[in-house]
Ligand binder design. Structure first.
Ligand code: NAG
Ligand code: FE2
Length: 243
């Protein structure tokens, strides 16, 4: 990855970073580690690839302290339950508002530390009411879950979704981050792996519209019923624990 100069370079010093992919649900999982302390955080793991992720962390000498979810997913079963069995001491984390079980609940403004690095929690509801984004080291990277996707956004037609809330959250909590902040979404169906705040502020076909137009678009997407929702939702509400 190209190393930016100035404050961003300092913010990435000693950081281990891997973007991982689960192809059935097109989910991205992110491993973030601190080189010095070896503490690591895994964002949005998937149950089918939990063993791969645990092995990678082990290979790199990292100890996953938190397995965190951006929200209670409807399109895949979270890997946090399985990872707790594979990684002794790992705590699962999700927003309190998600209504899902976990070892630890977070809210807007909370900070999760791993070694010298930190993730700030920003509430970005609208796709679900418990969606959060995680901002690394004051704005170098942002893990947006399904709030902001590359040139898109998560649907708002189930799980207490609200187009109006999503619009307000993205504009106040994501588009106010530095333009260069790299956006890493929970999914990409076209293989685009990342974006930036500036790109989405200027090129996102939905989120560049005004609020009324955005709501109109979101209320008329006509999307099919999600493939894995009947399996995924009940399991994710109990931290993906496959008994
Ligand atoms: C962003 O994604 C592109 C592929 O689209 C990749 O080449 C690049 O290394 C990624 N950059 C970062 C900083 O992850
Ligand atoms: Fe989702």
């Amino acid at each position: 990855m190209a190393r930016p100069a100035g404050p961003a370079a300092a913010a990435l010093t000693g950081l281990v970073f891997r973007q991982l992919f689960e192809k059935e649900s097109s989910t991205y999982t992110y491993l973030l580690g601190d080189e010095a302390s070896k503490e690591a955080i895994l964002i949005d793991p998937v149950v089918e690839t939990a063993e791969r992720d645990a092995k990678l962390a082990e290979d790199l000498g990292l100890k996953i302290i938190y397995g965190i979810n951006t929200h209670c997913h409807a399109d895949h079963v979270t890997g946090t339950g399985k990872l707790k069995q594979l990684v002794p001491g790992m705590k699962s984390v999700i927003a309190e508002k998600s209504g899902a079980k976990a070892d630890m609940f977070i809210n807007d403004g909370d900070v999760l530390k791993f070694g010298q690095h930190k993730l700030e929690v920003r509430a970005t509801p609208g796709h679900t009411d418990g969606c959060v984004s995680y901002v690394l080291n004051d704005g170098v990277m942002c893990f947006t879950g399904d709030a902001v996707l590359i040139r898109g956004c998560g649907r708002t037609d189930f799980q207490q979704g609200s187009a109006a809330r999503l619009y307000d959250a993205v504009h106040s909590k994501i588009f106010t981050l530095p333009d260069k902040c790299i956006i890493y979404p929970a999914h990409d169906y076209k293989g685009l792996m990342n974006s930036t705040v500036l790109e989405e502020k200027t090129l996102n076909p939905r989120l560049t519209k005004n609020k009324e137009e955005f709501i109109e678009i979101m209320n008329n997407l006509g999307l099919p019923y999600p493939k894995q929702i009947d399996r995924a939702l009940p399991l994710n509400l109990v931290d993906g624990q496959v008994a």
